[in-house]
Design a protein around this ligand. Sequence first.
Ligand code: HEC
Length: 123
Amino acid sequence: MISKNKTTMLCILVLMLSFTNLNAAKKRGAYATKNIVGQDYYLSKCSSCHGEGSRGGNMASIREWKELFSKNAFELKDLHIDDEETVNVLKYFNSDDFQKQKNDLLDFLQEFAYDSENIPTCN
Ligand code: HEC
């Protein structure tokens, strides 16, 4: 018969092992952003069409994102111009909100640009 003490030890061991596994999975998988604010803007303004969280950044390189946001986001506006669905996106690009949010949004997108070190997760 296994003593109570041994059972407790076994439980602790199993717990420790599962935590180690969790940590390992975290290191390889999801990478949490440094810019939660920018991520929020992305999730509310872009993710409905361009995918969840870190995936959107993958649309362009770090330099391309900078360019897309330069000259008053001229290129970004141009990319969303011909669709009825994107009317609201255009409104956003022309709004004061965008002026306030664009630095964080750009920072977040560049963090996950396809030439950044952070590989977007699949979920
Ligand atoms: C209502 C849907 C919608 C929303 C919301 C939206 N987009 Fe788009 N976006 C499109 C469509 C449609 C295109 C053009 C077709 C395409 O290439 O996917 C596009 C193209 C792009 C492109 C060109 C790259 C590519 O894959 O063609 C970029 C970059 C982009 N969008 C960034 C953004 C950003 C940043 C936001 C948030 C501020 C945003 N979009 C919000 C629909 C949307």
